[in-house]
Design a protein around this ligand. Structure first.
Ligand code: CA
Length: 220
C-alpha cells in the first residue's frame, strides 16, 4: 500500500514516515501544500495523511481540489486539537477521518488501517483466501494456521492482492502501489516476488491472468 504524507513540520513528517514504513507501507512525502497537491493529483495513492495547516496551499484547498478532480483516495487529516472548525471544513472538503495533534502514532496507524479496509469494503483487519490468512494489524500471514515468513516486499504484494481480492490486478498497478516514486519500476520484479510468495505459501492462490495481471483464487 502506497501512502502520501503531507506535513510541513519536518520532525513530525519524519516520525510519521518512519512509523508508516515500519508498518510496511511505501511512503512518499511532501512538505507543503503545492507539492502535496501535485503528488496526490498525479500518483495513485491508497491513502493520504494530510495536515490542514500547510504553507503555499492549505490542506482544505488541497483536498477540495483533489475531490473536484475526481481523486477518491481515503484522506486522514491532521488537525490542531482546539480547531473544531478545521474538522468541519475538512469533512466538508472530503476528508474521511481525522486525528488531532498531538497524537499517538498508534492511533494514526489504526485509523489508516480502518480507512484502507473500508476503501475496499472490508470490515475486519483479517483477510482470507482459501487456507491463507493475512492479518493487516499484526502483519502475520498463515497457511492452515502455520505462520509463513515473508519479506516486507512480499508481504506488501500479498496484502495488496488480499485488499483487492475478487478482481484482476495488473502488474502496472502493483508497481505503482508497491514502490515509492524513486524506485526503478521494472514490472519483471513483480513476477519474481509472486514466484517467491507462491513458493513460501506452498499453495497456489495467486493466479496469473495472461496479459492482464494477477488475481487471488482459492486453490483447486
Ligand atoms: Ca502544519
Amino acid at each position: 500500500m502506497r501512502l502520501l504524507v503531507v506535513e510541513d513540520d519536518p520532525d513530525l513528517n519524519r516520525q510519521l514516515t518512519a512509523a508508516l514504513t515500519d508498518a510496511g507501507y511505501v511512503v512518499d512525502r511532501a512538505f507543503d501544500g503545492e507539492e502535496g497537491h501535485h503528488l496526490g493529483d498525479t500518483e495513485p495513492y491508497d491513502a493520504v495523511i494530510l495536515d490542514i495547516g500547510l504553507p503555499k496551499m492549505d490542506g482544505i484547498s488541497v483536498l477540495e481540489s483533489w475531490r473536484r478532480n475526481g481523486r477518491t483516495m481515503p484522506v486522514l487529516m491532521l488537525t490542531a486539537r482546539d480547531r473544531w472548525s478545521d474538522k468541519v471544513q475538512g469533512f466538508d472538503a472530503g476528508a474521511d477521518d481525522y486525528v488531532a495533534k498531538p497524537f499517538h502514532l498508534e492511533e494514526v496507524l489504526a485509523r489508516l488501517r480502518a480507512l484502507l479496509r473500508r476503501a475496499v469494503g472490508h470490515a475486519k483487519s483479517e483477510f482470507e483466501c482459501g487456507p491463507v490468512r493475512l492479518d493487516s494489524r499484526t502483519g502475520r500471514v498463515t497457511v492452515n494456521g502455520n505462520p509463513v515468513k515473508l519479506t516486507s516486499h512480499e508481504y506488501r504484494l500479498l496484502a495488496y492482492l488480499m485488499h483487492h481480492n475478487g478482481r484482476v490486478v495488473s502488474r502496472t498497478e502493483l508497481v505503482e502501489h508497491l514502490y515509492d516514486q524513486d524506485f526503478d519500476r521494472d514490472s519483471n520484479t513483480i513476477e519474481v516476488f509472486v514466484g517467491r510468495i507462491r513458493k513460501k505459501l506452498g499453495v497456489d492462490i495467486i493466479q496469473t491472468v495472461r496479459g492482464l495481471g494477477y488475481m487471488l483464487a482459492p486453490p483447486g
